[in-house]
Design a protein around this ligand. Structure first.
Ligand SMILES: Cc1cc2nc3c(=O)[nH]c(=O)nc-3n(C[C@H](O)[C@H](O)[C@H](O)COP(=O)(O)OP(=O)(O)OC[C@H]3O[C@@H](n4cnc5c(N)ncnc54)[C@H](O)[C@@H]3O)c2cc1C
Length: 383
């Protein structure tokens, strides 16, 4: 079913069908834009396993009419628990703030369906090789397409960003992660609080971490963290003896990781740009602000910024879109910058192992409501 919206005569080309691109596309189409999304992959699919979404991105899902579908196959665990050297050091419930766990394929499908229902055209096998700040994209096929707005949502290796030459810093942190979706296997795990998110940290005798995230009744996301320098712990397929030796209580679920077809170790990347827009090209998501997943806010910030960009571009006069993008960055960027910095600090010092990590300061991004039109009224002018 396609939602009918009065067209506003504006057109957007969106590069990348990840969480950021699909959110921007749906939000623009619901505001009357014609929107085409380019995905370089031959198929539309989300890599990775599970995800934690917080109040900020749940608000965006509501605003683009994707919330009910996202809720359908997801859950809110009773607690976010942290265990350090096998001892439980904290149980956090964020004082009632909404949060949700789900699989990444589920969220991706929900956003895809939402974008399509809003009338978005999605092209697969369509690689964008360059963008022009005056409003065009060039595809690998040589085709050049013009637009009132170009959204660069093509991830951490963004060609939109690099073809324009945005000044940037990019670096990898010392730790990285394997991600798996496995069966919950509750009976095999035995008695315990297995509905919680559980962040298992072992810093001694070596750094090994397992993030245990139930996503629904059937599926469990487990992320196995190790330093990039640890050859044994970063080898694929995983060394089951090593991991079950370090986390014997998780042996029943760790065993299922061997069914994964393409187990891969990912280093965390950070991208920090001098600016997020040039002319009518706006960058969102990992293209603009990839961050370490310490506070689980990469996709949250991506979706929030994609949504607010769509609103800002719609509210601008047609010849004022470039200026509107600069204003959008001026207002929306500081909270993402702070989240990125805190995430980088936690990744560097592994401080989350101490538990009680979600202080009010660390929940700032999660608590933000990008859909509240009055959200800046009380904020200090960021410029
Ligand atoms: C281990 C780990 C755990 C994480 N956990 C969380 C979490 O719990 N919560 C959270 O909020 N965030 C989390 N994140 C961060 C989050 O996954 C990312 O920030 C988010 O997925 C970024 O979305 P994106 O759409 O910007 O980029 P991507 O997901 O990378 O999507 C980019 C899309 O563009 C396509 N593309 C690339 N180049 C081109 C091109 N030239 N032309 C056309 N298409 C192109 C790609 O194929 C892809 O489909 C985690 C990250 C990691 C590494």
């Amino acid at each position: 079913m396609t939602t009918t919206v009065e067209k506003n005569g504006r057109h957007a080309e969106v590069c990348g069908a990840g969480f950021a691109g699909l959110t921007a596309a749906a939000a623009l189409a619901r505001r009357g834009w014609t929107v085409r999304v380019h995905e370089k992959g031959a198929r539309l699919r989300e890599q990775g396993a599970g995800i934690v979404l917080w109040h900020n991105s749940l608000k965006v899902l509501k605003a683009i009419d994707a919330y009910d579908a996202a809720m359908a196959d997801s859950m809110t665990p009773p607690w976010y628990e942290t265990r350090h050297q096998h001892t439980s050091v904290s149980h956090e419930d964020f004082g009632g703030m909404p949060w949700r766990t789900m699989t990444r394929p589920h969220l991706h499908k929900v956003l895809l369906d939402t974008a399509r229902q809003a009338g978005v055209e999605i092209r697969t096998g369509s690689e964008v090789v360059a963008a022009d700040p005056r409003g065009s994209v060039t595809l690998a096929s040589g085709e050049v397409l013009t637009a009132d707005l170009v959204v660069g949502a093509d991830g951490v290796r963004s060609q939109v960003r690099d073809s324009i030459g945005f000044a940037q810093e990019r670096w990898k942190s010392r730790d990285g992660i394997f991600r798996f979706l496995v069966p919950r296997a509750r009976e095999e795990l035995g008695a315990g609080e297995w509905d919680n998110v559980i962040d298992f940290w072992n810093l001694e005798p070596r750094y090994l971490r397992v993030l245990y995230v139930p996503c629904n009744e059937r599926e469990l996301y487990i992320a196995l963290g190790a330093p990039r320098a640890d050859e044994q712990a970063t080898r694929a397929p995983i060394d089951l003896d090593l991991w079950t030796g370090a986390f014997p209580e998780l042996a029943p679920v760790l065993r299922h990781t061997h069914a994964a077809t393409d187990p891969r170790y990912y280093g965390y990347q950070t991208t920090y740009l001098e600016e997020w827009s040039r002319g009518v090209v706006g960058l969102v998501g990992d293209a603009a602000h990839a961050m370490c997943p310490a506070l689980a806010q990469g996709a949250g910030c991506a979706m929030a910024n994609a949504y607010t960009l769509a609103v800002a571009a719609t509210e601008a006069e047609r010849d004022g879109i470039a200026e509107a993008l600069r204003e959008w960055e001026r207002w929306e960027r500081p909270i993402t910058d702070r989240c990125q910095r805190r995430s980088a600090d936690y990744a560097a010092n592994r401080g989350m192992a101490r538990g009680n990590q979600f202080t009010i300061e660390n929940l700032e991004t999660a608590l933000y409501d990008p859909t509240n039109p009055h959200r800046h009224a009380l904020a200090i002018n960021p410029g």
